[in-house]
Design a protein around this ligand. Sequence first.
Ligand SMILES: *Cc1c(COP(=O)(O)O)cnc(C)c1O
Length: 388
Amino acid sequence: MQNFSRFSKIRIHSKIEIMESTVAKINLEHFRSNLKFIRSKMALGAKMCVAVKADAYGHGAVECAKVAVASGADFLAIARVSEGRELREAGIKSNLLLLSLCLPEEMDELVSLNITPLVFDEAYIELVSNAAKRAKKDGYPVHLAVDTGMGRIGCLPQEAGEIAQKIVSCGLHFGGICTHFSVSDSKKEKDESYTRLQFERFLFAIEEVRSKGIEPGIRHCAASAATLLRPEMHLDMCRPGIICYGYYPGDLSGSELKPVMSLVTRVSSIRVLPAGSCVSYGRTWKAEKDTRIAILPVGYADGLLRRHADSSVLILGKTYPIRGRICMDQCMIEIGDDKIERWSEAVIFGWENGGQSAQMLADRAHTISYEITCAIGKRVPRIFVDGK
Ligand SMILES: *Cc1c(COP(=O)(O)O)cnc(C)c1O
């Protein structure tokens, strides 16, 4: 744990966690710096809604939400009522925007937690309205979701006026209107024109709402990619997610963002396997000669998935290949004749010791950085490191 000495403040959840061999170190300084960079890209006066859904993409929702609010986030985006409950129980009073739909059974709790839902159909609007009436909350705010081409939640653009009237006639407050892009992280011409088409449809939906004499409130459509690439689409609010955690989405790249998470473990054993030995389930890898193998106590239950078997691990600044299949709780790496000691720290990915980015792991496994950090298991303690 020698790397802690660089930081003046360490926050650790409990005494047990520092004793764990595999931990996710969360650099809140990097998170804060990413938020500052994002803000610098946004129009003055535009609001920022930081996505902290899915436990802040695996980074720890409460800690990240606190930093986001202190850094000036106007909204926090969540995907489950239970995520809102966790934030409220931690004393977070910020506006919460629910990006997915909840069940009728959750509606009373949604209202009691003051979570702003996305709505787009009459039956669901009535559920929210009835819950607000039961709680005696007049003018409860909702945002209208418009499907401009994502094919997920939202009404069609031409329905927006009528649905807006339904919202208002139910006694709810029309707090905002939003849409979500499906290919805004692509720089291909056909994708850029699709994003422009989605944006045009969104502007049309906003006019439909206005034509009914209803103010559209906060208009928002830009997630991470459009926040960085398309300032003309920021409108009244941006909803960045992945860029807050230090990764560029899709075709974007740059050097300003800093990865927030490091997944680190410690060598639990070093063995010399005789030539001809096989390693791990399925015997997919065989030692051609006598081979030094280090055992790492990290596996797919921690989020180092089986499909990352072609990846490598960093020890003292050098990378070593994973050999054989990744098991649930352990994996093996080949370390040659290098002077590596038992209990040495090994970096799977992250900011520590110049570790490879989770982006590299993602590229190699044909997935996206989002999936890498979201997959980090529940048993991996998040250790919050903060220079402030
Ligand atoms: C998850 C999500 C976001 C954030 O997406 P990123 O690509 O991580 O920026 C924004 N808006 C909606 C509706 C989302 O579901």
